[in-house]
Design a protein around this ligand. Structure first.
Ligand code: 4NP
Length: 156
């Protein structure tokens, strides 16, 4: 099993959106037995809560299921356990690298680094901007590339 973890600050806007979108694509590709998916937040503030209403709305509009997704905080074990740790921005990467042993640093990448030609590398935080549509578009496009990247590397 290849294990993929999406990480953002609060685990209620961006990373649960990426988890739901990526889960959808993995299912469509018939790879749900090969790739497992989760998300977590750097902060603890929203632990146990469902995704933000803006994230729920955009996922519903796009017929993407988010049932069962609730916020949790990242732990140092996650950095060992997961194979791909996909951060939403550089602040997340900084926190993750503090938490991870040096040998795990290469597993940590920013989602938008996988989007060819992207003029931004940090997924803007809709908790502050309110722009869930733009974030959905970025996440949807880059998750497409993430899946291809993993399929290629893992020969799936
Ligand atoms: P997220 O957005 O990292 O995309 O889930 C945030 C959600 C909550 C907070 C910050 C960012 N917060 O400070 O509570």
């Amino acid at each position: 099993m290849v294990k993929v973890l999406f990480v953002c600050l609060g685990n209620i806007c961006r990373s649960p959106m990426a988890e739901a979108v990526f889960r959808h694509k993995v299912k469509e590709a018939g790879l749900e037995d090969k790739i497992s998916i989760d998300s977590a937040g750097i902060g603890h503030w929203h632990v146990g809560k469902p995704p933000h209403e803006g994230t729920r709305r955009i996922l519903t509009e796009n017929n993407i299921d988010y049932a069962g997704i609730t916020a949790r905080q990242i732990s140092s074990e996650d950095l060992e356990e997961f194979d791909y740790i996909i951060a939403m921005d550089e602040e997340n990467v900084r926190h993750l690298k503090k938490l991870a042993l040096e040998e795990h640093h290469s597993k940590i990448v920013r989602l938008l680094e996988l989007l060819p030609g992207s003029d931004i590398l940090n997924v803007p935080d809709p908790y502050y901007t309110g722009n869930f549509e733009h974030v959905y578009e970025l996440i949807n496009n880059s998750c497409e590339h993430l899946l291809r990247h993993i399929q290629q590397r893992e020969q799936l």
